[in-house]
Design a protein around this ligand. Sequence first.
Ligand SMILES: [Zn+2]
Length: 143
Amino acid sequence: MWVSTHVLAGLAIAAALGGPWWLVLPIVVLAHVVMDLIPHWDYTVSKHPVVYGCCDFAASLTAWLLAWFALGMPFWMAFMGPVSGAPDWDVLIATIRGAQARKFFPSHWDSFPHGRSGRAWGIGVQVVIMAASVGVVLAARPY
Ligand SMILES: [Zn+2]
């Protein structure tokens, strides 16, 4: 899934659980794996992966900073957003290294049943996850 989808889901999980950070951290990383099982559309298969990737990174950074500064999330809680999205550095590094590059995160391995779908469902499901995550983050206030 997109990094921004993972970041928002990580923020929502952290906001909903409320801590402790050492328990939330493995849960948001595990959520990355579970989310990659859901059939979705990745822009890595599109004609403009760099453009989409830059937008995705900017959206992810914005979500994190908004949660931290605008919503006043504690640092550790806001940091669970980037932690949930961080495994996708694996995809970026492997893409730069070339088609044969090995990926290290389990849900990115070729043997993993990574969920794939067409654009309509694959984008729609991520928009629903993002909207639900924003709802959870807002509903959980104050943190
Ligand atoms: Zn991933």
